[in-house]
Design a protein. Structure first.
Length: 253
């Protein structure tokens, strides 16, 4: 098992068990306790875990959000399926918006070979992916750069969004629930998402099942403000049924 595989397995163990012990991980991965502690310190620096004596606890609270780089490693296979389906909704001549987040970056990768599509974004990751895509008209929003979110945010961003007609807005999601709707962990992100919901002709949330039923401390909108939710087949059945009863199209891929 190489370093990347070990760190992915460590993330999976944290999500499943919520708490891990250094000595047990060292034995499981056949590495030294020093190596495990180094991996856990790296995760603590990106707000994924809280270090405790002898181990670490997975951060699940409403204000905890791993960085985009870490999120890109989680549920990778599901993200690819979701991205491919989302990209299939985009027609030639459409103007679409891609939010920040690892799932929207995956959508950008699928769209990179397409032609005659306008893509608007405030995500640095999406900008980098599509910068050399000759068939894409790429429009980047102004704003103050946030290294933790890998994107540009603020009043300038929202004003720029206001100047476009957007057919489809694909929203990156950190938490989604029947009771609280779409949630965010960041006020600047909340503001941009609200502007997109106000501007786009169709708003599409793209989220794997791990985001469903989660909570956060900033509400973006009621669930019914969304037109479509794209998720995977492991999504909670009660959530899927409840969302459909509210008139929201839920697609499981």
């Amino acid at each position: 098992m190489n370093t990347r595989e070990r760190r992915r397995a460590l993330l999976a163990a944290l999500q499943r068990d919520k708490r891990v012990i250094v000595a047990e991980l060292a034995a499981r991965f056949n590495v030294t306790t020093m190596t495990v502690r180094r991996d856990l310190r790296r995760l603590a620096e990106t707000n994924v875990v809280t270090l405790v004596h002898g181990g670490a606890i997975y951060n699940e609270g409403g204000a905890a959000l791993p960085t985009v780089t870490v999120r890109a490693q989680v549920m990778q296979a599901a993200k690819i399926r979701l991205a491919r389906y989302a990209a299939s909704l985009v027609q030639e001549g459409n103007a679409i918006y891609l939010d920040t987040g690892s799932t929207c970056m995956a959508i950008a990768q699928v769209l990179a070979e397409r032609k005659n599509i306008a893509v608007l974004t405030h995500s640095l990751g999406v900008m980098n992916i599509l910068a050399s895509a000759s068939g894409i008209q790429l429009f980047t929003m102004a704003g103050q750069y946030r290294e933790d979110l890998k994107g540009f945010f603020g009043d300038l961003t929202c004003r720029d969004i206001d100047g476009f007609r957007i057919d489809l807005a694909f929203l990156g999601i950190s938490a989604l629930s029947l009771a609280d709707g779409l949630l965010s962990t960041d006020i600047a992100d909340q503001g941009v998402k609200r502007k997109l919901l106000e501007t786009a002709r169709k708003s599409i949330a793209v989220a794997d099942h791990t985001k469903i039923g989660k909570t956060s401390f900033l509400r973006v909108c009621d669930l019914r403000a969304l037109d479509t939710i794209i998720t995977d087949k492991e999504a909670d059945e009660a959530f899927v049924t409840g969302a459909r009863k509210q008139g929201i199209e839920v697609v499981q891929v």
